[in-house]
Design a protein around this ligand. Structure first.
Ligand SMILES: *Cc1c(COP(=O)(O)O)cnc(C)c1O
Length: 352
């Protein structure tokens, strides 16, 4: 190697390197196992609708750029959620939409409010942008409680919250939205698994609400999400986003998935049923497990739990490195029924 290494942005020194979870292949090899189940990334293990997969495969024009904002998909989303097209934006997953939002609003030194434990990428983005982070407290059930309304430029609300699985109280959200001077970003990545949503708040000029095809729709690999935002924000969003954030193959797959809602709903029903079953089984084993409105469960167990489970062929998410979590905090995704049974069988061994 020759030449000099220019300095990277100072803010990056504060960011810890992302440590990805272990892969199925790694665990098979390391422990000599034939069957390994990964319940660590909240993926929908039933997979995408066969119609979505077919639409993806049928797309052949790989040499052409995609549309910047697909009218076809925006129209389908508009019908799906009952919100007018002029307030819908498509992006490279919620991650991409978060990035766009930070690019619109944040100046160096601004404050971002978030409530640990929550989705770690919020902190990463805020740090990259040189923002100050203000932490909102949670109560025993992990719901956000606010005494003073944050004076921040962006407040992040994740509902159902990752990794704890609870919904936020609409009264609290209303107070934050109405009294905050800044934008409120509501992340509903798991809304399809929940009994209610916060869509009503999209009537406010300072609210962005984001959703994704990655979780319930099983399209995580295609990187496609959307947001509902006021028209004045959408104008700015179009300025800051990369020109072609989503491939046409992904757009076609998402359209097909929306044309086959029954497939998604049936997978969601099975996952919700298994979520309740796993919750009750874990409770009866004496585990401190929390009710969930998402496709995962949060629990507080012995710190050796994740390693012991891995040796037995089940990969779960160790949350001890999440801000706001402690040793022994674990998130387990709800997979297919056979995966969940495998998890239970091994969990009984480890806990019993
Ligand atoms: C998985 C997840 C995301 C990422 O969604 P993409 O659309 O795949 O980028 C965003 N927010 C939360 C809370 C998540 O758990």
């Amino acid at each position: 190697m020759e030449g000099k290494r220019p300095a990277v942005r100072r803010s990056l020194t504060e960011i810890k390197e992302y440590v990805p979870g272990k892969s199925i292949e790694y665990v098979k090899e390391k422990f000599g196992l034939d069957r390994v189940v990964k319940l660590a990334s909240n993926e929908n293990l039933y997979g995408a609708s066969p119609k979505a997969i077919e639409a993806f495969r049928n797309f052949k024009d790989l040499h052409l750029y995609p549309p910047s904002q697909s009218e076809e998909l925006i129209e389908r989303i508009s019908e799906y959620i009952g919100i007018e097209k002029s307030r819908i934006v498509i992006g490279s997953g919620i991650d991409g939409i978060l990035e766009g939002t930070f690019n619109i609003f944040l100046e160096k030194g601004d404050t971002v409010s978030l409530s640990p434990p929550t989705f770690p990428y919020y902190t990463t983005l805020a740090t990259i942008h040189g923002a100050r982070i203000e932490k909102l407290k949670r109560d025993k059930d992990f719901q956000i409680k606010v005494s003073n309304i944050p004076k921040s430029k962006i407040t992040l609300i994740c509902s159902p919250n990752n990794p704890t699985g609870n919904l936020e109280n609409p009264e609290t959200v209303k107070r934050i939205v109405e009294e905050s001077q800044g934008m409120v970003f509501i992340d509903e990545a798991y809304v399809e698994f929940a009994s209610s949503d916060l869509l009503e708040f999209t009537e406010y000029e300072n609210v962005i609400l984001a959703r994704t095809f990655s979780k319930a729709f099983g399209l995580a690999n295609l990187r496609i999400g959307y947001a509902i935002m006021p028209e004045w924000v959408k104008k700015e969003y179009i300025k800051v986003t990369t020109p072609f954030p989503v491939s046409t193959a992904a757009i076609k797959a998402a359209c097909a998935a929306l044309d086959d809602l029954d497939y998604m709903k049936s997978a969601v029903e099975r996952i919700k049923k298994d979520r309740e079953r796993l919750f009750n089984e874990l409770l009866s084993l004496g585990v401190e497990v929390y009710p969930s409105q998402a496709n995962f469960l949060f629990m507080r167990v012995n710190p050796s739990f994740c390693d012991e489970m891995m040796k037995r062929g089940v990969i779960v998410r160790d949350c001890s490195s999440f801000d706001g979590c402690r040793k022994g905090d674990v998130r387990v995704s709800i997979g297919r029924t056979e995966d969940n049974e495998y998890f239970l069988e091994k969990a009984k061994e480890v806990l019993g």
